[in-house]
Design a protein around this ligand. Structure first.
Ligand code: PLP
Ligand code: COI
Length: 341
């Protein structure tokens, strides 16, 4: 694959796609410890045909972004939280931890090495970072690997959901992406594998993504294929589902904090798909999704419209503006959120 050049990109029209940038970070785990780690140029890897990850799924990953500030510098957003979460995901799959300092240092190295690919301030585009590691030990019996490869690559991205900050429509799925007691709270490849069929059905139906309901009752909203869900109630609460089988979203935790600045009461609670009238606005939130307004949710043929199918609600707008102002360094946020690279 040809290496990307900065001149290849129209920063205002970027989709959410992969580009082969000059540098990625890799480290290798063997004999109970991680190698020194460093930047490599080749985007391909040679991996044994019987590598654990291919057959028994030991793969954990993360997603975070680098943001070009107006002064030309670059921020990353709460990388310590991604470092903590990749280790929680690793625990669930019996994988070794990555030291947090090594993770954050590797994030900075990849951003610095590919800095010409951090999109210009004002375009809204960002450099998406994808840390991941996977078991490479060859095996056919089902066991955890004892050797792993860790990598962080980067790719410039625009909006994940088609409309960006325009509301789009979503549909509930009869499939589950995760089970209670399963791996839903871990960021592991298998969860996304199980979301491909329902996601495809949603797209073919003209929807942005599937809305997963709780795997026991199929009644309460869990999350979307690639983002957590929030609703703003008519009486001023910022509500988001509480469930052991959804990804603990870093954007969610950030918005639970920021919602208080606008006089909203943050709550993690049960959100029944049959009780959506209580919301005046709704949205999807995540690193890739940022805040994407949810115009409507269709459940078993019944379409519920939130604020509007074309306009963005006032609280959604305020939260979006505040969050992105912190990420792009326009406004000061809580200590440690915007990290200078
Ligand atoms: N839920 C799922 C299934 C996701 O893939 C993501 C993206 O990482 C999120 C939620 C949002 O998490 P975060 O805000 O940490 O990016
Ligand atoms: C992210 O937001 O970083 C994710 O990993 C979501 C993914 C569906 C792109």
């Amino acid at each position: 694959m040809a290496k990307a050049q900065p001149s290849d990109f129209d920063w205002n029209k970027l989709g959410f796609g992969y580009h082969d940038l000059p540098y990625r970070y890799r480290a290798y785990y063997k004999d109970g410890q991680w190698s020194q780690g460093g930047l490599e140029e080749d985007s391909s890897m040679a991996v044994n045909e019987a590598a654990q990850a291919f057959h028994y799924g030991q793969e954990v990953f993360e997603g975070l972004k680098a943001y070009r500030r107006e002064d030309g510098g670059v921020n990353v957003f709460r990388p310590d939280m991604n470092a903590k979460r990749i280790n929680t995901s690793a625990d669930r799959l019996k994988m070794p931890h990555i030291p947090e300092e090594m993770f954050v240092d590797a994030v900075k190295q990849v951003v610095k090495a590919n800095q010409d690919f951090v999109p210009p301030y004002g375009t809204g585009a960002t450099l998406y970072l994808r840390p991941f590691y996977f078991g490479t030990t060859p095996m056919v019996g089902v066991h955890p690997a004892d050797e792993y490869t860790f990598e962080i690559f980067a790719t410039p991205v625009g909006a994940y959901y088609p409309g960006g900050l325009t509301p789009t429509s979503y549909v509930t799925s009869d499939y589950d992406r995760a089970a209670h007691g399963g791996t839903g709270a871990a960021k592991v490849a298998g969860n996304y594998g199980s979301s491909l069929l329902p996601g495809d059905l949603a797209h073919k139906g003209g929807y942005s993504d599937a809305v997963y309901l709780d795997p026991r009752l199929h009644e309460n909203i869990e999350e979307l294929g690639g983002a957590n869900f929030f609703g703003i109630t008519k009486d001023g609460r910022f509500q988001t589902p509480k469930s052991p089988s959804i990804l603990p979203s870093i954007t969610k935790f950030s918005l639970l904090e920021l919602s208080k600045e606008f006089g909203l009461l943050p709550e993690q609670t049960t959100i029944s798909v049959y009780d959506l009238d209580r919301f005046s606005e709704a949205g999807a939130m995540g690193t890739a999704a940022v805040i994407s307004p949810v115009g409507s949710i269709t459940h078993h043929g019944h379409k519920h419209v939130f604020y509007s199918e074309t306009e963005v609600g006032p609280y959604t707008t305020k939260l979006y503006n505040r969050l992105t102002a912190i990420q792009f360094g326009d406004e000061k946020g809580p200590e440690g959120w915007a990290v200078d690279v």
